[in-house]
Design a protein around this ligand. Structure first.
Ligand code: SF4
Ligand code: SF3
Length: 598
């Protein structure tokens, strides 16, 4: 029956299975974890210092691209997540599903306080966001309390363990996880795979929705979808029902990214072409990483006139592109590169570091005393800046006072990064871009958005950027850009060959640009544009972006460095058939194919 359902969706394709069976070399490339970590990053990673009285426990997590091949992470995460944290996150997801099941009984529109609470709880479990067991235990307790509050309102209790189960101690939560992890989603591997795809898409969706909520923007249809989809994960579903849910997750992802785009641009203005310095000044600095722009704003306000400079790291780089932040003379530049190199870069930064969201890597002793978390991010032993009270700002005084006692950052490089090509800026240049395409000066756009990661195989993206013909333009967003955004790739008639729209959530901009170009060129189908998609994924926000692109009808996306391990061959084959999704191949073959429109 499952095969029929998948077959109806994908025809008779067996592309992935065929690749694995007939060409083990390719299968290795598509499904294996490449060597890890990269050669210059091979020191042993420190371990988060949570309690460890559960040494014999096993875990199972397969939600990110660095998941251990074939098994998922089942002893300790490659990310540093240990088995207890993994188990607690499993229980958190389960009780959130129980909350959704109970909330489905509520009449009318879901109260936004519940929607926002679900966003936060899902966000906590996104890769590299929260490693602190105490925080997760507290959130499980709060979720159970909210669930019971909802039951009090409806006067009804759904007949499901997730709606009735109760616990209060860490031990009970750990024990519960043994029965409610991802393996419990379904006994059937393909159905479990489809449910995982929905769940991981929801996690990324929740992160984007939470960022919008922080700025006061909500969309009740997103919260309604949480209730529908999380409840569905607890129930028996057919393949057809789950495939529909996958597409609805993509549709809701578009809604969430559009909402966040509106929240960011209404609050901070439309990103503009900006040159960001990568060198350092002579004053002490605070380094801010992650994706939360309101934290960025409040930190800039509170550091003004203190003698402390502010630098961005990784996904906070695009903050420089917003008009609202340009007025701060102490907002001096970007320090370092993508998340996975942070342990070296944080060491030499010398000043306090603020992690507003993912991605945290296991923290070294050398900078532990200077590192702070806030929002949904947390790590055992680090100071956490509490949530803002209603109508007030967060208080970053502890970072500022510490910064005053620190040395200035050590210079790692001294160059420039150009960015700010979100949809309004690119569309302001539309005449120039269209003319360049019509004259043949631009032959093709290649979207290379997404995540960076530790795998040495991600060198592929650097090599593609360097080897693409000089009449191509790379559209990017997310931390994947660090594989090529400092290369001297030049410009085409004044249009830079790398157009950075911003953070991973700004991938929405790339879709808007593509849809606008389709309109300008009078095309019926987005796939008729001279655009290829060669994107990189790591964590669940990239899953969300991928589902959004599939929902928008983009076909022929190349995805790497490996396809998600949580997709079974049958499910992967279904997506390959319906959407033409492709694993990346060699640099030469992929460029040749992309230039030929394939
Ligand atoms: Fe493994 Fe990724 Fe899960 Fe971490 S988030 S435990 S690396 S699959
Ligand atoms: Fe990067 Fe973590 Fe995904 Fe926001 S910072 S794109 S990986």
């Amino acid at each position: 029956m499952l095969k029929d359902a998948l077959g109806a969706w994908r025809g008779s394709a067996r592309e992935i299975t065929r690749l694995i069976e007939n060409d083990p070399g390719n299968a290795e490339a598509y499904y294996s974890r490449a060597s890890l970590p990269s050669p210059d990053h091979d020191q042993e990673q420190p371990t988060p210092t949570n309690h460890r009285e559960y040494d014999s426990m096993s875990m199972h997590c397969d939600q990110c691209q660095e998941s251990i091949k074939g098994t998922g992470c089942n002893v300790r995460g490659v990310c540093g997540k240990d088995e207890m944290t993994a188990k607690l996150q499993d229980t958190l997801i389960y009780v959130v599903e129980g909350l959704a099941l109970c909330a489905a009984e509520l009449p009318g529109t879901l109260d936004r306080k519940y929607g926002r609470f679900i966003s936060e709880s899902l966000f906590v479990t996104v890769t590299n966001t929260n490693f602190d067991d105490d925080v997760i235990v507290d959130r499980i307790r709060r979720t159970l309390a909210v669930r019971d509050e909802v039951k009090g309102v409806t006067g009804r209790t759904p007949a499901h363990d997730a709606a009735t189960w109760n616990g209060s101690s860490r031990d009970e939560f750990i024990a519960k996880a043994l029965a409610c992890g991802i393996d419990s989603l379904s006994e059937d591997a393909d159905l479990r795979s489809l449910k995982s795809l929905v769940l991981y898409g929801l996690k990324g969706l929740a992160a984007y929705t939470d960022h919008a909520a922080v700025l006061g923007y909500h969309d009740d249809s997103i919260y309604a979808f949480y209730v529908k989809s999380l409840s569905a994960l607890l129930q028996e579903q057919t393949a057809d029902e789950l495939l529909a849910l996958v597409m609805e997750t993509g549709a809701t992802a578009v809604t969430a990214m559009a909402l966040l785009d509106k929240a960011n641009t209404t609050t901070y203005g439309n990103p503009e072409i900006t040159t960001v310095k990568t060198g350092v000044g002579t004053r002490p600095g605070i380094l801010i990483s992650g994706h939360d722009l309101r934290d960025m704003e409040e930190l800039l306000k509170q550091t003004e006139g203190t003698g402390v400079d502010v630098y961005t790291h990784c996904e906070m780089l695009p903050a420089h592109y917003y008009p609202a932040f340009k007025k701060y003379s102490h907002f001096v530049g970007n320090y370092g590169s993508a998340w996975w190199a942070q342990d070296r870069e944080f060491d030499t930064f010398n000043g306090p570091i603020l992690m507003t969201t993912n991605c945290i890597v296991p923290v070294r002793e050398s900078y532990r005393h200077r590192m702070f978390t806030t929002g949904m991010a947390a790590y055992p032993g680090l100071k956490h800046i509490p949530a803002r009270e209603e109508g007030k700002s967060k208080d970053f005084a502890a970072l500022i006072e510490l910064a005053k006692t620190c040395k200035p950052p050590v210079e790692l490089e001294n160059g420039e990064i150009v960015g700010g090509f979100a949809h309004t800026q690119v569309l302001a240049l539309a005449d120039k871009v269209v003319e360049a395409v019509k004259s043949g000066a631009i032959s093709r756009f290649v979207v290379m958005a997404g995540c960076d990661g530790r795998h040495s195989s991600r060198q592929y993206y650097t090599d593609v950027a360097q080897a693409l013909p000089k009449d191509t333009v790379i559209l990017t967003a997310g931390c994947a850009k660090y594989r090529y955004n400092k290369l001297p790739l030049g410009d085409i008639g004044g249009i830079p060959r790398v157009l950075d729209a911003g953070q991973c959530n700004d991938s929405y901009s790339l879709a808007v640009i593509a849809l606008k170009l389709k309109e300008v060129f009078g095309l019926e189908d987005i796939n008729d544009l001279p655009i290829s998609f060669d994107i990189a994924w790591y964590e669940q926000k990239a899953v969300t972006v991928l589902l959004a692109l599939l929902f928008l009808g983009v076909k022929g996306i190349r995805l790497g460095p490996t396809l998600p391990e949580f997709l079974t061959p049958n499910v992967a084959a279904a997506i390959v058939e319906k959407f033409g999704l492709k694993p990346i191949g060699t640099v030469e073959a992929d460029i040749e194919a992309m230039m030929a429109g394939a």
